[in-house]
Design a binder for this molecule. Structure first.
Ligand code: UDP
Length: 259
């Protein structure tokens, strides 16, 4: 196979040029970072699980009419996606207070919010992805008002769908981060969902025990990261039940753990 051209390497993924124009290959790494990359580590097997979970969530979202960049999963760690121009805004959707919201406003973790809160951060690692208002987005032209209407409407719909999807498997969707991109067709572009949706960018709590099944396990040194990510995949029906033949082969992870 010819060597593929690497387009970009981020904290958790590598992007390669895709097989045809307008496509990209997303490779999911096991690398994990937190606190603006001040904390770094590896969660062995994470990339495989996130690739599968993200495929599943994006596919379900496409079934309710959310346009996404996802084309198909290629293998354990890679998926083919449509090339977009990423809107430089991280959209954070919150249902329950956690993380930076609790610190910023002194609200106790776990406080249910009276209504879904949308927050925007400017995507800039050097600045630490600062929180911004919609006025900043308009002022600096990061997205048009029409684009922001599409983005906010999609974010709310995605939240409604995902809250139900996770509730059905006894998981509370606390908050999550979305990224959107512009898909060009000649001079015109439309907004579609991009990046990934996985326990790396969501807070997911077990409905009964409150156990964290997401990247907070890594952020807070709680341990059991892979087991938590696997548990999410298992409840979504993406992992084999005991005795089944493998649906999601975590070969590398199992080999390392000697299972
Ligand atoms: N999030 C993310 N990437 C970021 C910042 C946040 O995926 O660069 C996700 C995070 O996992 C959580 C939600 O967005 O599910 C809200 O994160 P928060 O603002 O609380 O930031 P944190 O302090 O956790 O980085």
């Amino acid at each position: 196979m010819t060597r593929r051209r690497k387009i970009y390497e981020g904290k958790a993924k590598i992007l390669y040029e895709g097989p045809e124009p307008g496509t990209i290959i997303q490779y999911f790494k096991d690398d994990a970072t937190a606190f603006n990359a001040q904390k770094k580590g590896t969660i062995s097997g994470k990339g495989v699980i996130n690739n599968r979970i993200s495929e599943y969530v994006f596919t379900r979202l496409s079934h309710i009419g959310i346009p996404t960049h996802f084309v198909r999963r290629l293998n354990m760690r890679e998926q083919l996606v449509k090339q977009v121009e990423i809107v430089p805004i991280e959209v954070v959707v919150r249902n329950v207070a956690a993380g930076s919201l609790t610190k910023r406003l002194g609200i106790e973790e776990g406080t249910p919010l009276p209504h879904t809160l949308l927050e925007y951060c400017y995507k800039d690692d050097a600045l630490g992805d600062p929180l911004i208002a919609e006025e900043h987005i308009a002022c600096f032209g990061w997205a048009s008002q029409e684009e922001m209407q599409d983005i906010s409407a999609m974010a709310i719909r995605i939240n409604d769908f995902m809250s139900g999807m996770f509730a059905a498997i006894n998981i509370r969707l606390i908050d999550f981060k979305l990224e959107f991109g512009r898909l060009f067709d000649g001079d015109f572009s439309r907004i579609i969902l991009a990046d990934e949706i996985s326990p790396d960018g969501c807070r997911l709590w077990d409905m009964d025990s409150g156990e964290k099944l997401d990247k907070d396990r890594f952020r807070r040194d709680l341990g059991g990261e892979v087991e938590a990510y696997q548990e999410v995949a298992r409840r979504l029906g993406l992992l084999p039940e005991e005795g089944d033949s493998a649906v999601l082969d975590l070969g590398e992870h199992r080999a390392k753990k000697g299972k």
